[in-house]
Design a protein around this ligand. Structure first.
Ligand SMILES: *Cc1c(COP(=O)(O)O)cnc(C)c1O
Length: 404
């Protein structure tokens, strides 16, 4: 076929489907992504520059410093992996687990299960320590597993289980691992920016997060940070990391301090602008202020939801303010409710996972989504969809918590 004819054919094929995609304006109150602020979206649209441009190298340094602030760490090896949270999880596992290693992995929801699968794919042995979904990880069970498996070299757990809304005691779990000379892998995908994360304070070794939960940045990046002990272990490996892309020995050449910034892969340049802006916003607000904002709006949402007869899955002490798992009364067509929230209110909430599929909703209050307007919108929308028109009592219950 001649080139001319080829172009003509292409033009014909494109006719009728050349319209741009305009997404609807949703309010995102599910398990992520959360609402991305206009400031972050504006940053995303700035001119693309080269990923080895000196100006971009400055930006990388700034992002590293901002991530150290967000994670509360001095770890040199702190950077965003160029892929979503699951890639950060995998970066921690593939670098710290060598074939034949034993890792103790807490499983109290979906993401602990994913960690186990990754350990096994690295040729490691995963010792699963199970807790009921909705419960925190039980430190006593981890202590028992550490005693029963002196050969273990890693302890992995999820700080904020997004599948259930339960927080676990990261400081205690990291201290236990240290007593047994194990390195820790800690999932802070949903916690970072929403509740206290203290990487150095905990003594955690390999910590990963995501951009689309409480950082309210666009999805697709995974901040990670590694302690010196973790870096030593990675440097002294005798077998190559099974993933080329996630091998930190190679990535350190691009992100490491004083490194030559050798080409490794093309960084997602514009997404980095967005992350920089989102982290800057967190710094302007302050970590403690961000955590207390999540707590305040969670209290209002909880009052509204409970007045609608919805019950929290997780006990008060372990509840994540940014992920509210609520069980609904029998007889509710839960999928229909979510469909109506989306269609009539442009409001997204999350469904239950695993054993809780069809039994609960997961209502997120993450980052930019965590504000009074969203709380009231969610409570009133649920009230009107669940109870016909509603009488406004749920709104009143939520609003009452804001008065003091
Ligand atoms: C969302 C999430 C992940 C995975 O992140 P993706 O960006 O979806 O890959 C991992 N762990 C937890 C706790 C999460 O909430």
């Amino acid at each position: 076929m001649s080139l001319f004819k080829r172009i003509k054919n292409e033009r014909m094929a494109q006719k009728g489907r050349a319209s741009p995609f305009h997404p609807p304006q949703r309010t995102l109150m599910g398990p992520g992504p959360s609402d991305v602020s206009p400031r972050v979206l504006e940053a995303l649209g700035r001119p693309t520059i080269g990923h080895l441009d000196p100006e971009f190298i400055h930006l990388m340094d700034d992002i590293k410093a901002l991530l150290q602030f967000a994670f509360q760490t001095r770890n040199e090896l702190t950077l965003p992996i160029s892929a979503p949270g699951s890639a950060g999880m995998e970066a921690c596992v593939v670098n710290l687990v060598s074939p034949g290693d034993t890792a103790i992995v807490a499983r109290n929801g979906v993401f602990g299960g994913r960690l186990i699968e990754m350990v096994q794919r690295c040729g490691g042995t995963a010792i699963a320590v199970d807790d009921d979904w909705g419960q925190p990880v039980d430190p006593n069970k981890i202590a028992d597993a550490l005693k029963a498996h002196p050969e273990a070299s890693v302890v992995a757990f999820v700080h904020a289980e997004t599948s259930t809304g339960a927080r676990s005691d990261a400081a205690t779990l990291c201290a236990l691992a240290q007593e047994h000379d194990c390195l820790t892998i800690v999932d802070t995908v949903t916690s970072l920016g929403g509740i206290e994360v203290e990487v150095d304070g905990w003594g955690a070794d390999a910590v990963y997060s995501g951009t689309q939960k409480c950082l309210s940045c666009v999805p697709g990046l995974s901040p990670v940070t590694f302690s010196e002990r973790a870096v030593d272990r990675i440097r002294s490996r005798t077998t190559p990391v099974i993933s080329w892309f996630l091998d930190l020995n190679l990535i350190m050449g691009y992100w490491g301090s004083g490194a030559q910034r050798a080409y490794h892969h093309t960084a997602p340049v514009n997404a980095m602008y967005a992350l920089h802006e989102a982290l800057q916003m967190l710094k302007e607000e302050g970590l403690a202020a961000a955590w207390s904002r999540h707590a305040r709006h969670h209290a209002a949402l909880a009052a509204g939801l409970e007045s609608l007869g919805l019950q929290f899955l997780v006990d008060h002490e372990w509840r994540l303010p940014q992920l509210n798992s609520v069980l609904f009364p029998a007889g509710i067509d839960e999928a229909a409710v979510r469909r109506r929230l989306l269609a009539e209110f442009d409001l997204e909430i999350g469904a239950g996972l695993g054993p809780f599929a069809g039994k609960l909703w997961r209502i997120g209050l993450m980052g930019s989504s965590c504000n009074q307007r969203n709380v009231l919108r969610c409570v009133s929308a649920l009230e009107s969809v669940m109870a016909g028109s509603g009488n406004g009592s749920a709104i009143a219950a939520a609003n009452a918590t804001y008065v003091d």
